[in-house]
Design a protein around this ligand. Structure first.
Ligand code: ATR
Length: 284
């Protein structure tokens, strides 16, 4: 029987998730149908869409902009949240809580939220041959994208973390909130600074701001260097990567992170492990 999946967002027409998951289905020999689902930008519409989907036998859903926080609230009030979703304050993967279903709870009331974005980033960096164990890492940006990657990076064994942001108070607020949410994060004693003042030598610098494709550039300090620069955006030449390439660093955009988070969602839903390197090659 065909297993049904959706990705819900607004806008959604550009989403590459159907292409990626359809390939995973072919790789694993599963009969799946994965579709884009447009949804009006309000919580009531989002809830109505996912209730109908899961009530109708849907197996899993990905959630993208602008619904990740709404999905978090929805799952918090229903079938629960994974540790990563709790700390991220956002859900990108919806599935059914089987323990609740077994107790007779209807699917729409048993929605469980996970977040695979940060682990997708970690897996991609490791796939590219970079060790996070003992690494000195800086993240630029203090919004939702940054929030989602902090715990997975710490779990991967990084030594030091600095979060730099245009607005310093957002970075310090983020660290404060994350430290309350997770003792592993509190123990790491994350440093913060204004982006223009981020300087010194890092193993890895990650751009988690939303400027990637806007053509704007970050005010990067001349005394800032790294071995590897990663931009969570993808799609075209990224000034952030060009800056560090010119200084001799290796670089990567975030397309592999997209495939990585998708693979983890697929694994949660189906129990099938994806050969991400093979899938990435096929999607090139
Ligand atoms: P996302 O969910 O993609 O992280 P967000 O929560 O709106 O989006 O966060 C956007 C991030 O990009 C923030 O860190 C923001 O910096 P501020 O907190 O100072 O607003 C950063 N950002 C957006 N536009 C920027 C720009 N032109 N220059 C520097 N940072 C920018």
């Amino acid at each position: 029987m065909t297993q049904h999946f959706i990705v819900i967002g607004n806008p959604i027409a550009h989403s590459k998730s159907p292409e990626i998951h359809t390939l995973f289905g072919a790789q694993t020999g599963l009969d799946i149908c994965y579709q884009r689902q447009y949804c009006p930008d309000d919580a009531a519409s989002f809830t109505a869409v996912i209730e109908a989907f899961f009530h109708g036998g849907g197996i899993g859903a990905n959630v993208t902009v602008p619904f990740k926080q709404i999905a978090y609230e929805c799952c918090a009030a229903r079938g629960g949240l994974s540790e990563h979703a709790k700390v991220a304050g956002a859900v990108n993967t919806l599935l059914l809580n089987k323990a609740l279903l077994a107790k007779g709870v209807p699917p729409a009331e048993a929605l469980y939220g996970d977040n695979t974005d940060g682990q997708g980033l970690v897996n991609h960096i490791q796939r590219l041959g970079w060790s996070l164990q003992g690494a000195r890492v800086a993240i630029i940006g203090a919004g939702g994208a940054a929030r989602g990657v902090v715990l997975p990076l710490i779990e991967a064994g990084i030594e030091q973390l600095t979060i730099a942001n245009r607005t310093l108070s957002k970075a310090t607020d983020l660290v404060h909130e994350l430290s309350i949410a997770s003792t592993a994060i509190a123990d790491k004693q994350i440093k913060t600074c204004v982006t223009a003042e981020l300087s010194g030598e890092f193993d890895i610098i990650i751009n988690a701001t939303s400027i990637g494709l806007s053509g704007e550039t970050l005010p990067l300090n001349n005394a800032l260097n790294c071995h590897f620069a990663y931009d969570m955006m993808y799609g075209r030449e990224l000034p952030f990567l060009q800056h560090f390439e010119a200084r001799g660093a290796q670089t990567s955009d975030g397309y592999g992170m997209l495939i990585g988070q998708a693979a983890l969602s697929f694994e949660r839903w189906t129990g099938h492990i994806i050969d991400v390197a093979k899938a990435s090659e096929a999607l090139k």
